[in-house]
Design a protein around this ligand. Structure first.
Ligand code: ZN
Ligand code: ZN
Length: 290
């Protein structure tokens, strides 16, 4: 027996809503404010890399301690993963519904049952699948749109949520790591000669370290809150917009299955890599052939 939910679920999972070239084509939103904010994000990460390298790591490597080498490797790896996650979040199609697909033939091809409603977007003229929302910045309807994030200059939606979650996780991790190294640096340098602790002048070192402390604290808190919010959204399979508008939809009760629907069907180290596209279980991608 089919109920209203399974109708809308079937219609929402129609291949009509997936662009066949979505995995091959790079995606980029031409929005001045978003490009500026994404540029600031890269600038802040490179600033942190500069200060951490020249004040917190290199003087320690000069003293040939394992501390400098190990922390240098950890910080470098985390910074690389954060930047790669950002790039993937920004340049991956978040789940845009093909523009203008609300044609008479397409609507007929859905073979709707009497009484079943099809939502059509008045702005991009697409058939709106269940849980899709129109983004006025991307000028498209996005499947499972969570929010539009200017820091990644893109929407967070069904197809790039994994990268966005990894971005918040790795930024929180490098911020915490930088804070740890700042504390260790102060303890180490408390009783030693200045020139052994920094190759910059005392005022320059203090300004660089204070700004890095503020940056790390601010970004650690901001991305940690964002990561927890995303984790909650994934566990309960509810997007930010649905939470805000109190929209209800049929959902899975298993938190683990819900997380798998974002990160991929099988748990592996690929979950933590921003280069691998999540591999979904068949039933999560196509349920219905038109
Ligand atoms: Zn739209
Ligand atoms: Zn958007």
């Amino acid at each position: 027996m089919e109920d209203r939910n399974s109708y809308s679920r079937n219609y929402s999972y129609s291949p009509l809503f997936y662009s066949p070239t979505k995995s091959k084509k790079r995606w980029f939103i031409k929005d001045g404010c978003g490009v500026f904010c994404a540029g600031i994000t890269y600038g802040l990460v490179f600033y942190a890399i500069f200060v951490v390298s020249f004040i917190l790591i290199l003087p320690n490597i000069g003293k040939s301690t394992a501390y400098g080498l190990i922390n240098g490797l950890i910080f470098g790896a985390l910074a690389f993963l954060a930047l790669a996650s950002h790039f993937q979040s920004m340049t991956t199609d978040p789940g845009a519904v093909p523009k203008g697909n609300a044609t008479k033939e397409n609507i007929e091809s859905l073979q709707l049952k009497p009484g079943q409603i099809v939502y059509k977007c008045a702005k991009c003229f697409s058939i709106k699948p269940e849980r899709a929302h129109h983004c006025s910045v991307c000028k498209r309807c996005i499947r499972k749109m969570d929010h539009h994030c200017p820091w990644i200059n893109n929407c967070v939606g069904e197809a790039n949520q994994k990268y966005f979650v990894l971005f918040t996780l790795y930024i929180a991790a490098i911020s915490l790591h930088a804070l740890f190294m700042i504390v260790v640096h102060f303890i180490q340098c408390f009783d030693t000669q200045w020139h052994e602790c920094s190759s910059f002048s005392p005022p320059a070192t203090i300004i660089l370290l204070i700004t890095l402390t503020f940056e790390s604290l601010l970004f650690f808190l901001f991305t940690l809150i964002m990561f927890c919010t995303q984790l909650h959204s994934m566990c309960y399979d509810e997007t930010g917009i649905e939470q805000l508008k109190n929209e209800k939809h049929a959902r899975n009760d298993s938190k683990w299955l819900n997380i798998k629907s974002v990160f991929g069907d099988k748990f592996s180290y690929n979950w933590f890599l921003p280069f691998s596209q999540p591999v979904m279980a068949k039933q999560d991608v196509y349920q219905y052939v038109v």
